[in-house]
Design a protein around this ligand. Structure first.
Ligand code: SER
Length: 324
């Protein structure tokens, strides 16, 4: 196979919530040896270590990234390593360093070595000035979190690298991601995952946002599909090089608890909002993703009911196996 058709992929943040599952999916598709998982702080799972190469990479060091890129002759990077919104508010300096300098290093290495890049942005790019219902693709972006600030700056940087250097960098604005494999860490939407673990383990959850808090969410299979579909699309289809809105479902914390109660009737959810409430209140409740649907065929499969059914089934099985 020529270098152009062969895929040699690097996934940063491969031990994280999205990275751990995306890496396994890419390894299924392109063969384990061709997909290098890179992590930093979190310990990699056995599954990740056994199914292909693993490297420790500090994303704030360009040399670290470059070394791996050269060693494995990488032609595509999925750059997922990031500090999320809640951790970011606790340590804004760290969030800036990891999210901005990390992305800058990846883009520079990509420019120098002719590498394609996928980088996730977030609904956190929006602030209270943007319409909160059906937030449009192109609207005012004045986020209030440092995480959102790094995502807006990152989107502009990606767009700059595309227009200035012709770098093939693509991005989606993910909503909260719900998954059963690896828990998220330090995000505002983490409650929508924790609630499942606690419902199964303790039949009780204390939620850190109000019952009526509505946010856009997406189930992991759709999240992975968005990344793969966008990266597989023909270049001519990708008209937006900042980042695409991608929607799947929206529900309140109370509606999620009610859906879980259909499977675990004794489940009790209490609400004790903390500092993350303010972050949630500054984000959209639903987003308009018609541009992504039109330009590269985005089409999510899971809604609240089908996601909840699948989550409960998967987590109950893991719980029964003592693998929680
Ligand atoms: N899930 C992320 C967070 O809550 C949003 O991109 O920080």
């Amino acid at each position: 196979m020529s270098r152009k058709t062969m895929k040699r992929i690097l996934v940063t943040g491969a031990t994280g919530q999205i990275g751990s599952e995306l890496t396994m999916e890419l390894r299924k598709k392109y063969d384990g040896d061709n997909v290098v998982a890179a992590g930093h702080k979190r310990k990699p799972s056995e599954k990740l270590l056994e199914s292909g190469p693993f490297e420790y990479v500090d994303i704030t060091s360009k040399g670290n990234i470059e070394k791996v890129v050269k060693e494995y002759d990488i032609d595509t990077i999925y750059h997922l390593a990031a500090v999320l919104s809640a951790t970011g508010e606790e340590n804004p300096q760290l969030a800036w360093n990891v999210n901005i300098n990390g992305l800058y290093n990846v883009l520079e290495v990509a420019r120098e070595h002719d590498i394609r890049v996928f980088w996730p942005s977030s609904i956190a790019v929006f602030g209270p000035e943007a319409p909160r219902i059906n937030t449009p693709q192109d609207t005012i972006l004045i986020p209030r979190t440092i995480y959102g600030v790094t995502k807006v700056a990152g989107e502009l940087l990606c767009n700059y690298y595309f227009t200035r250097f012709g770098l093939d960098v693509r991005s989606v604005r993910y909503p909260g991601i719900i998954s059963s494999e690896t828990p998220p860490g330090g995000g505002t939407t983490d409650y929508a995952v924790e609630i499942f673990y606690e419902a199964i383990r303790n039949r009780h959850y204390t939620c850190f946002v109000r019952e009526d808090t509505v946010l856009p969410m997406m189930y992991m299979p759709d999240c992975i599909n968005a990344a793969l579909k966008l990266m597989e699309a023909d270049s001519s289809q990708i008209k937006h090089r900042t980042s695409y809105n991608v929607n799947a479902m929206s529900f309140s914390a109370g509606e999620l608890a009610a859906e879980i109660r259909k499977y675990i009737p004794e489940f009790k959810c209490e609400y004790e909002p903390d500092f993350r409430q303010k972050i949630a209140d500054s984000w959209p409740m639903s987003i308009d993703d018609s541009v992504a649907r039109r330009e590269w065929g985005w089409n999510p499969k899971y809604d609240l009911a089908s996601m909840t059914r699948d989550m409960i089934e998967k987590l109950k099985k893991r719980f029964a196996e003592g693998n929680f």
